[in-house]
Design a protein around this ligand. Structure first.
Ligand code: ZN
Ligand code: MN
Length: 497
């Protein structure tokens, strides 16, 4: 039997607003002591009134605009009822038939193909509290800090054709939410969680069969593996007894790499949805929605193409840089400094700009990642960087022109971050300028040759590996300030004499 998978995803993304969705409690889940960021509203006390968080709504609409959705002019919240200890009100405020965003879709790159994955909707809701079942205990701990935090849910159409496509879609979505600066979407921290729906059907036929929903998968790799496992499992069922007859819900056990039966899924009617009576419906004007659309920045795939085609980074560099807003912005600032560098003091030929940009990208990816504060995607993280783009560009030119070597450059960077100073002064203060004049170097070289007659004898006898030892000795005498390639070259010349 020739079967094909039909996959759709429901992805929950925690929004990083300052306060919760319907109250003024700080949105700090995972950071503070349990049950410290709570109030009568998010604890569901009778008589309290929810007040919607306008930023969370705008961010959901911004995501909708970025994902090419229609932004609804009329929208409302609804109550979705179910009973569970993590849901103190006995219902979740969510959206049923009038979400903030409908339709839409994005392109993803799968191998050498571009695929469009359409969206069904994006709605906004509140998260539940967090239950923890300590191993070996017979009780459950509940942290209500997460209760009532804003949660955006993105639902795709069943357009995904393979586990790999599901993973790539999720990764693209993560990049987009980071570029929009609305969520860090870290799956390990539960900031982005995926429910994957999958069914099989006979190739060429259009009839769909009851699907299986795999709940709460928490890494890209697990999404791919859980779906691959499900394809195998369902194929066996088809072969043994034909298509499944009812919906099912399964969990994923990442240790064993298997999915397991959880419960039969409720239908919408079981949730008794009805309009949230405490929050009036929303009307948005074309003008309001137009303003939201203006806040959408350049998206990752477009930025990636621009970095490669216009700035001349490699594919790899572009991917790493745009994974982090702060690094990408810093890189762009450095590039524009490099492009303006040709002045009275420095001469940069147009053909040198490319290699300088590439060197800058390498340095940013290699060294700035060592400073944890810059790894975040918050706008505010950039303030922690004391190295200005202009100073960074100057340093890159000094390395490019061999005025200092790469090891010294790392020291200079550390000092630039500590003091906010410029590289010229720091190099002078630390006495790191490269010993590059041949005359100076030759003195060190002849001293090393004289001090190591036995090593020289080995080299003369053909054991060229010993050359590294001599190079090391010269580098040590210059206190690391020479260029190792120059040293080796001059050593060879000296020995050939
Ligand atoms: Zn609260
Ligand atoms: Mn949901």
């Amino acid at each position: 039997m020739d079967l094909e998978p039909i996959i759709g995803l429901e992805i929950h993304v925690q929004l990083k607003t300052k306060s919760k969705m319907f109250c003024a409690c700080p949105n700090l889940f995972g950071l503070g002591e349990p049950n410290t960021a709570i109030c009568p509203i998010c604890m569901g006390y009778p008589g309290t009134l929810p007040v919607p968080n306008q930023t969370a709504i705008e961010w959901t609409q911004r995501a909708g605009a970025a994902l090419n959705c229609q932004l609804a002019q009329h929208s409302k919240f609804d109550r979705k009822h179910y009973f569970y200890p993590d849901l103190p009100k006995g219902y979740q405020i969510s959206q049923y038939d009038q979400p903030f965003c409908v339709e839409g879709g994005i392109e993803i790159i799968v191998g050498d193909k571009t695929r469009t994955i359409r969206l069904e909707r994006i709605h906004l809701e509140e998260d539940a509290a967090k239950n923890t079942h300590p191993a070996g205990s017979n009780y459950t701990l509940v942290d209500y800090n997460r209760a009532g935090t804003p949660l955006m849910e993105i639902v795709t159409k069943p357009d995904i054709k393979s586990p790999l496509e599901a993973k790539i879609f999720m990764q693209e979505l993560q990049k987009i939410t980071r570029a929009l600066d609305i969520s860090d979407a870290d799956m390990e921290k539960g900031q982005m969680r995926c429910d994957a729906n999958i069914s099989l059907r006979e190739k060429g036929k259009s009839q769909l069969h009851p699907k299986t929903e795999i709940k709460n998968v928490n890494s890209f790799r697990f999404v791919e593996r859980a779906l691959a496992y499900e394809i195998e499992r369902q194929t066996k069922i088809w072969e043994e007894s034909g298509p499944p007859t009812q919906l099912s819900t399964r969990g994923y056990d990442s240790k064993q790499g298997i999915t397991y039966e959880q419960r039969t899924k409720e239908e919408a009617a079981d949730y008794r949805y009805f309009p949230e009576p405490d929050i009036p419906p929303f009307d948005f004007s074309e003008e309001d929605l137009g303003k939201i659309k203006m806040t959408v920045p350049e998206l990752p795939l477009a930025k990636q193409a621009r970095f490669i085609d216009q700035l001349g980074t490699t594919h790899e560099q572009a991917l790493l840089l745009i994974a982090n807003n702060s690094l990408a912005n810093f890189f762009e600032d450095v590039v524009s400094e490099i492009q303006q560098l040709d002045n009275d003091e420095v001469t940069i030929m147009p053909k040198e700009v490319g290699p300088l940009v590439s060197l800058a990208a390498n340095f940013i990816l290699r060294y700035l990642k060592n400073y944890p504060p810059y790894l975040g995607n918050n706008q505010s993280d950039q303030a922690a960087l004391l190295i200005s783009p202009a100073n960074f560009a100057e340093l890159i030119v000094l390395v490019y022109q061999n005025k200092i070597n790469k090891d010294s450059a790392a020291k200079v960077l550390t000092e630039m971050q500590r003091t906010g100073g410029d590289p010229d002064h720091i190099i002078e203060n630390l006495n790191l300028a490269q010993v590059s004049k041949s005359a100076d170097l030759e003195q060190y070289i002849s001293a090393v040759i004289q001090a190591n007659p036995d090593v020289v004898a080995k080299i003369v006898a053909g054991k060229s590996g010993a050359m590294q030892y001599l190079t090391g000795q010269v580098m040590a005498r210059t206190q690391g300030k020479a260029n190792p390639q120059d040293v080796t070259r001059l050593l060879k010349e000296a020995l050939e004499k």
